[in-house]
Write a protein that binds this ligand. Sequence first.
Ligand SMILES: Cc1cc2nc3c(=O)[nH]c(=O)nc-3n(C[C@H](O)[C@H](O)[C@H](O)COP(=O)(O)O)c2cc1C
Length: 409
Amino acid sequence: MDVRITLTDPPSAKQRRARLAAAGGYNRSPMRRPHPDFYDFVRPLLFRLDAERSHRLLFALLRLGFRLPGAATWVDRRFGRRVPQLPVDILGLHFPNPVGLAAGLDKDARHMHMLAALGFGWLELGTVTPRPQAGNEKPRLFRLVKQRALINRMGFNSAGMAAFVANLSARPKPCLLGINIGKNRDTPIERALDDYLYALRAVYIHAAYVAVNVSSPNTPGLRALQEQERLEELLQALKTEQAALARAHGLYVPLALKIAPDLSDEQIGFIAQSVLACGFDAVIATNTTLARPGMEADLLAHETGGLSGRPLKPLATRVIARLYRYLQGRVPIIGVGGIEDAEDAWDKLVAGADLLQIYTALIYQGPRVVERIVRGLADRVAHSGQPTLAAAVAAARAARIQTVRHGAR
Ligand SMILES: Cc1cc2nc3c(=O)[nH]c(=O)nc-3n(C[C@H](O)[C@H](O)[C@H](O)COP(=O)(O)O)c2cc1C
């Protein structure tokens, strides 16, 4: 009976939640979870401070705390080890679970051991630029609490490549690390390729994959690199360099392209074509948006910058779905944008993502969000009767196609 209803009239998100709750609730909404954790107490204090200052303070305190004897083990036991194993094998890499940390939180590779202990499947560090730069003037990070969103115009504040690589090399790597590279603000767009090539060479041997960021809205002109001719030239040159580096080091490091959510269907089509033509290894969809969907009344919504979190969710999922239609699984997609719980994560996977990343949900929900999402996904796999996450997602995608066909009759 349930199946019939699903085929002819897909339930709304609210109905799905109610059904799941009635069936034992394997996907509880994080906002209505029964037991508060320590972050529920810390968050109100942090949120009293300016967003960037509280972020700095938190990380400074955590870094200090993490040096205490036994602290790393405690964090690992309290967070990391509670995250179930839900492996994904893709890009020639083994991810212990599909939820990674999105770029921007650890731009200088300073916090990776602490972040890895929270149980992420991997971390994406950066964006790192070749030369140090301060980024935009403060304030440049804003919380839109009601919308569970952030607006940032950080502008690639970066300690620069030399410091980044020194931080990376100082200690053994705690987990798989993607490294996100960008260009300096004062590098003219015509010379952008030089910055990306420099950065690729510098991080190549340290990275599980390298993410090429052409989608930050806060570096003037950067998004123009997503336009077809410029993009193909950039991707081709990076692939040529990758081949040379792979030969020199005997190591193939995949390249991923990170794109914006503010793209027309036609632009997504061009990007997919370029990615396929150049043999790029993966696409990360998406970065923050310049749009302010349904937020016209919010004063902070008028701040310049990229919007992340809940309002970005449908925009990012739309890009993933369109991209998947073109790529058809030939190039993996890392889905990011507004994921708050296992249901959002599942929607992104069924839309076409193979792996997922979060950022804003970590700020609003704290570190337990990783466990909650991965556990919710693991429960879904168990309920599906499929042996792996990939198989469960493939079955759900096939069922969705059936639904569309049924609906069309
Ligand atoms: C404060 C902040 C800084 C960010 N910095 C970067 C960055 O340096 N490079 C990048 O590719 N994305 C950056 N992002 C975008 C995130 O990686 C991610 O794509 C986006 O926030 C959407 O995910 P979310 O809704 O889960 O936050 C940043 C996001 C935020 C909120």
